[in-house]
Write a protein that binds this ligand. Structure first.
Ligand code: HEM
Ligand code: HEM
Ligand SMILES: [Fe+2]
Length: 453
């Protein structure tokens, strides 16, 4: 840690892990409801649990992105953060908005649009919050001593993510038009601008952890960013097949979304190539493991499993089934959860001065959570494919089919338990690092210099 203000990142990371834990609780509520154990139904029905689960996911990831930015930007810009107070105020207000939103869902106050359920008045608070964040990061960059490609890509990603929040706030009566714009937020976030955020963080981690020259690592970032935008923007069409949008989206969406996995494949090859080239010089190997794991798993979850249902001929049958949930889990985990956890694994020893990197618990957390998540994805895949065959091909009733596939959720719950143990280990290690300390400073900065960057 070079600058004291980077310490705010710690509190964003801690909040992110708290919200992740809560997300997992709601996942289990749904998982148990799926196998008939729905004792909480009166208070937390499935739809409430689902909205809470997915919204918590988005908020903890945003918290993680913001924490990462607060850690990365001062170092890249070579100055203290513009305002530490604003950063704390912004974290607290983000958490307050999150808690109010969750309470609203439990009181049945929401907008019935998947992923964008947050009631409109709260949207305005989110906008103010994100503006404060962007101002803080932007001023730090503006007043900083240097501008790097990494910080620019990261800032662009965060800025566009904020701008793309706005189409979700337009009120439209027509359902097709409403759906059309909803995807500008949901799709263009995860398959567009969030990829920039991920690319920026990954680039930073690779520069720090592999010892390869910044110029080389950053050069490839441009190519991947270009590929992401080229494919991702028109790839939005893979959500326009059957919502009432014009027919040409079938071909546009099919062709361009089929190119999207290339960006993820590019990212995986790039990360592995840099690690090989650099010869893994940095002592914090677990952070590199998370970084490479992220690059590989995002290709599997987003690229490969996205491809599995992105062509209109296939999506006609799989749309809105558990095949979607299968892909949603591994894609979010591989691309965004893992990059945030990678950043935490890298930053924590620097923030706290405790070098708990190559412990058995650290590897255990990585492997157990990943194997658990792959297991969950597998169970959802079997359930999803069976659902498609029985419901969409044979034409059985929706609820009869849901009953038929119930047992796959037992498998999912077992895998989810394994996943939770892995996350538990990660959190335990996080706590064992202790609080950020001012003394960590001098020594860590030397450590950072020792690996060359
Ligand atoms: C990290 C990147 C990605 C994440 C986090 C992600 C996540 C998700 C989620 C959560 C959904 C459900 C959305 C909803 O119904 O509201 C979804 C749907 C979908 N995703 Fe992805 N995805 C990613 C990348 C991709 C890629 C690269 C492809 C294609 C190659 C793809 C193809 C699809 C398709 C076709 C659907 C619609 C499924 C349906 O019709 O029900 N995704 N994705
Ligand atoms: C251990 C814990 C978890 C369990 C038991 C669990 C379970 C579930 C269940 C049952 C659903 C609803 C599926 C349906 O509609 O029937 C769901 C939705 C979802 N979960 Fe999880 N989940 C867990 C953790 C996670 C994690 C860690 C992530 C992300 C990294 C995640 C991302 C999602 C997403 C994106 C959806 C919405 C999928 C869609 O749009 O179809 N879940 N989860
Ligand atoms: Fe999409």
């Amino acid at each position: 840690m070079k600058y004291q203000s980077q310490r705010v990142a710690y509190w964003f990371f801690a909040s992110a892990l708290l919200l992740l834990s809560l997300q997992i609780v709601y996942g289990f509520i749904m998982g148990f409801a799926r196998v008939g154990m729905d004792g909480l139904h009166e208070w937390i029905p499935f739809n409430t649990a689902r909205a809470t689960h997915t919204n918590l996911l988005v908020v903890w990831l945003l918290c993680g992105f913001m924490g990462s930015a607060y850690f990365i930007i001062p170092e890249e810009a070579d100055r203290e953060l513009w305002s530490v107070k604003l950063a704390y105020a912004q974290l607290i207000s983000l958490l307050v908005v999150g808690v109010i939103a969750i309470i609203c869902y439990h009181l049945n106050i929401w907008e019935g649009r998947k992923f964008l359920e947050i009631p409109r008045p709260l949207d305005y608070l989110v906008v103010v919050n994100v503006l404060a964040f962007l101002l803080n990061i932007g001023m730090t960059l503006w007043l900083g001593k240097r501008n790097t490609t990494t910080s620019l890509v990261l800032y662009m990603g965060l800025l566009f993510a904020a701008l793309l929040y706005l189409p979700g706030m337009v009120t439209v009566k027509n359902q097709t038009v409403d759906s059309f714009y909803r995807w500008w937020v949901v799709h263009l976030w995860v398959e567009g601008v969030w990829e920039l955020i991920m690319g920026g963080i990954l680039c930073y981690l690779l520069i720090k952890l592999t010892g390869v020259d910044r110029e080389v690592v950053e050069k490839w970032l441009y190519i991947i960013v270009g590929l992401t935008f080229l494919s991702g923007i028109l790839g939005t069409g893979h959500h326009y097949y059957y919502i009432g949008a014009p027919r040409y989206w079938l071909i546009v969406g099919g062709v361009f979304s089929a190119l999207e996995p290339l960006a993820f494949l590019g990212m995986a090859i790039y990360a592995l190539a840099m690690a090989k080239k650099g010869g893994r010089k940095h002592p914090n190997r677990i952070a590199l493991t998370w970084s490479l794991g992220c690059a590989v798993m995002s290709f599997v979850g987003a690229g490969f499993l996205g491809m599995a249902h992105t062509l209109p001929q296939i999506n006609m049958y799989t749309h809105g089934t558990l095949v979607t949930a299968m892909h949603g889990h591994l894609a979010f985990w591989g691309a965004y959860a893992m990059i945030v956890l990678a950043m935490m694994a890298y930053a924590l020893p620097l923030l706290t001065g405790r070098k708990l990197w190559d412990t058995g618990v650290a590897s255990f957390a990585f492997w157990t959570s990943n194997i658990g998540m792959v297991g969950m994805t597998g169970a959802l895949a079997v359930a999803g494919v069976t659902q498609v065959a029985l419901e969409r091909r044979l034409g059985l009733d929706f609820l009869i089919v849901q009953k038929e596939i119930e047992m796959h959720f037992v498998g999912m719950l077992l895998a989810a338990a394994l996943f939770t143990v892995g996350i538990g280990a990660f959190i335990w290690l996080f706590i064992r690092h202790g609080l950020p300390s001012a003394e960590a400073r001098a020594e860590d900065f030397e450590g950072a210099v020792a690996v060359g960057k």
